[in-house]
Design a protein around this ligand. Structure first.
Ligand SMILES: [Ca+2]
Ligand SMILES: [Ca+2]
Ligand SMILES: [Ca+2]
Length: 690
């Protein structure tokens, strides 16, 4: 490529060959339609410096709706890039352009910018790419991609468990104008209207797009595609008369919400839009489908004493139809990748609007109902228990029968590559009658309750404190592990204590313990850490702060939990009494039995001395005691001070006795004065030193 600015006469978007290699030729040859993460080639009748792509009303680099990149030697499959292809014919430049497999889908305009001189090259539409391993909708199998993205004809199953009938449906995702209508549905979505930039940016994510579609296919809360009607079809088309999605979508584009739809029509239109945008999708029919109005996973059939039904808000439909879409679930974890159910039929509200899903089939099958979105509702559709209750004259309901296996049967979809019915019940639940099915049901009820209480299932770690955390004493703190799961969990728990300063800077360690802890279902276990003055006394500073942190790890279940707490130690309450030796003598007799050998000496000492009794709180450690004595000696700083120490075990009171020779504090003119001064002095020393 020459460095001078080139005059681009014309740009050939190579629609036919690009659309063919991007599996989009069925949309027609009028426009360039490519899939994410796969290069396409355009031919310039001449040159450039950089390329510019724009999407949405206000393209912004920060939102990922505008990309600028220079022409380079080669393209990179995982990001927007462009390179010139050598050996182009004379006066032409072939440019290979790659897009990121994480780009928002939609219509882009392609502009070449040569030192500020911009030339528009045309537009292209970018779609999800089931053929690209880097795309969230990647599907490994070619026959499945053919069926779930490219097949335009489907079978929709209806009827009853005993008599299942399939009727053909024309999805028509490649019919003239349908792709534009599908993009228009995204633009009609209230989230786009309130924040277009954010909505366009989120269109990179098939989870987001599926959820938007489950809201936009019905006309509740918005100008969605279809209005649901189950009783009176005057003024519209009876839902049973539709045979394809094309007519419905075109009608909507022309004049707004279309009358009327029922579950299979909502689902079939959702499938058309998903396939058109490139998300692999299938229509699924569930027989004996529960509608659990009060979200308790039980369908309650209520009767009065005359055997008449009382409305409970719960019901079981002969069949119900929804869609499954294929995508990864980075928001839930890779085990939830794959098929995701979303239900466009307006039933219950979620986040304030009539939408439902996507919920991973895996979370439904395993009863993990706290996993987004709307898993409890979908779980109930396929596996609620049924209970028949009669209302007695006293108003109480009594159960008289029930069933655990009548809801969710023969879950069906069209088989890949044929018109046969594929029973996919096993993808939604364990076999009725199996132990696993009951276990999952119990787990589902448990998780449903947690969800309703706003709790997260799993292990929870907290730090609890004791109430006598005083400098000088030893005390215990606890790491408490609570398990609100239905099965026991085992963890390695580590519990650390470190001195910390008020600005958060961590100091030295002053305590550690670790243990392997098994917490039974619904219980708690605590690991205690004893904080000893011997350990923390020398590392804490005058802020008296200790940071506690506990970590619980289970590598197998990938459980990591952390709890932290900073504690402030209380200053000990120290009582100081200065006594005359006569009193001391008697007192000493009571508590110094173990010191017999030195008793005589002490007695002599006290006989002629003033005694200071420093009374420390219960449970003060002896080390603290000794430190205090050292401090006192240091502060008095008179060689002639003598001291002794005793601990009264009987009364659990620590007493420090300092015997001071009277002569060291000037001969007493007034003895009372002496006592007061000394008390004051010692108090000051202690406050400073504690
Ligand atoms: Ca709606
Ligand atoms: Ca219920
Ligand atoms: Ca069941």
């Amino acid at each position: 490529i020459s460095e001078e600015i080139l005059d681009i006469k014309r740009c050939d978007l190579n629609i036919k060959s690009n659309n063919s290699s991007h599996h989009t030729e069925l949309y027609g040859e009028e426009r360039l339609i490519v899939r994410r993460g796969q290069p396409f080639v355009i031919v310039l009748r001449l040159n450039s410096d950089s390329k510019d792509f724009k999407l949405g009303p206000l393209p912004r680099k920060q939102s990922g709706t505008k990309f600028t990149f220079s022409l380079s030697d080669h393209t990179v499959d995982t990001e927007w890039s462009a390179s010139a292809i050598s050996n182009s014919p004379r006066n032409t430049v072939s440019v290979s352009i790659s897009s990121s497999p994480n780009s928002p889908i939609g219509v882009y305009s392609l502009t070449v910018d040569q030192e500020g001189q911009k030339t528009s090259l045309g537009q292209f539409t970018l779609l999800f790419n089931a053929w690209c391993p880097g795309d969230a909708v990647y599907m490994r199998s070619e026959p499945e991609r053919q069926e779930y993205v490219l097949a335009q004809h489907g079978q929709i199953y209806r009827g009853t468990c005993k008599r299942i009938t399939g009727t053909p449906w024309n999805f028509g995702q490649f019919e003239q104008g349908i792709l534009d209508i599908c993009l228009k549905i995204l633009d009609e979505n209230p989230k786009f209207v309130s924040d277009a930039d954010k909505d366009c940016s989120a269109r990179r994510n098939p989870i987001y797009v599926s959820r938007v579609l489950s809201a936009m296919i019905n006309s509740n809360d918005d100008r969605g595609v279809l209005t649901g009607e189950w009783v009176n079809f005057v003024g519209g088309v009876h839902p049973g008369l539709w045979i394809g999605s094309g007519d419905i979508l075109r009608k909507w584009a022309k004049s707004g919400p279309v009358k009327y739809g029922q579950c299979w029509v909502f689902a079939a239109v959702a499938c058309t839009v998903s396939r058109s945008l490139g998300i692999p999708c299938r229509v699924v029919t569930n027989f004996g489908s529960a509608h659990d109005g009060n979200a308790n996973l039980v369908i309650e059939n209520l009767y009065n004493e005359d055997g008449e039904r009382i409305d409970s808000g719960d019901s079981i439909w002969n069949f119900h139809v929804w869609v499954d879409s294929w995508m990864t679930r980075p928001d839930l974890g890779s085990e939830y990748d794959g098929w995701q159910t979303s239900d466009p039929t307006p039933q219950e509200t979620s986040d304030g609007v009539c939408c439902c899903g996507p919920a991973s089939l895996r979370s439904i099958k395993e009863g993990e109902l706290t996993k987004k979105y709307d898993a409890p509702f979908i779980f109930a559709e396929v596996n609620a228990d049924v209970v028949d209750l009669v209302r007695q004259s006293n108003g109480e309901f009594v159960k008289f029968s029930g069933s655990t296996n009548s809801v969710g049967r023969f879950i069906s979809t069209k088989a890949v590559g044929s018109d046969k019915r594929d029973d996919i019940t096993h993808q939604y639940k364990y076999p009725e009658g199996s132990k696993e099915e009951r276990k999952v049901y119990e787990r589902a009820k448990h998780n449903n309750k947690l969800q309703q209480q706003g709790e997260v299932p799993g292990l929870h770690l907290k730090i609890k404190l004791s109430d006598n955390m005083m400098v000088g004493s030893d005390f215990e703190v606890y790491a408490v592990l609570t398990n609100n799961l239905m099965e026991a969990r085992t963890c390695n728990l580590m519990f650390f204590a470190k001195a910390v300063s008020y600005n958060g800077r961590l100091g030295e360690s002053c305590g550690f313990t670790s243990d392997k802890v098994t917490v039974p279902a619904g219980e708690e276990r605590r690991v205690s850490l004893r904080l000893k003055y011997d350990s923390y006394g020398s590392v804490i500073n005058s802020d008296r702060l200790i940071q506690l942190s506990a970590i619980a790890i289970n590598k197998q279940t990938i459980d990591y939990h952390k709890a932290e707490k900073t504690i402030v130690l209380d200053a000990p309450e120290i009582k100081i009494k200065v006594r005359m030796d006569g009193w001391m003598d008697g007192w000493m007799d009571g508590c110094m039995d173990g010191w017999m050998g030195r008793r005589k000496k002490l007695r002599n000492l006290f006989m002629s001395n003033l005694c200071v009794v420093v009374e420390l709180p219960n449970r003060t450690s002896s080390k603290f005691f000794l430190n205090l004595v050292d401090t006192l000696i240091l502060k008095v700083n008179i060689k002639k001070v003598r001291w002794c120490l005793c601990v009264s075990v009987n009364v659990c009171v620590c007493v420090l006795c300092v015997a001071v020779e009277l002569s060291t504090i000037q001969p007493p003119k007034s003895f009372c004065y002496q006592v007061e001064t000394l008390t004051q002095l010692i108090s000051t020393w202690l406050v400073v030193s504690v």
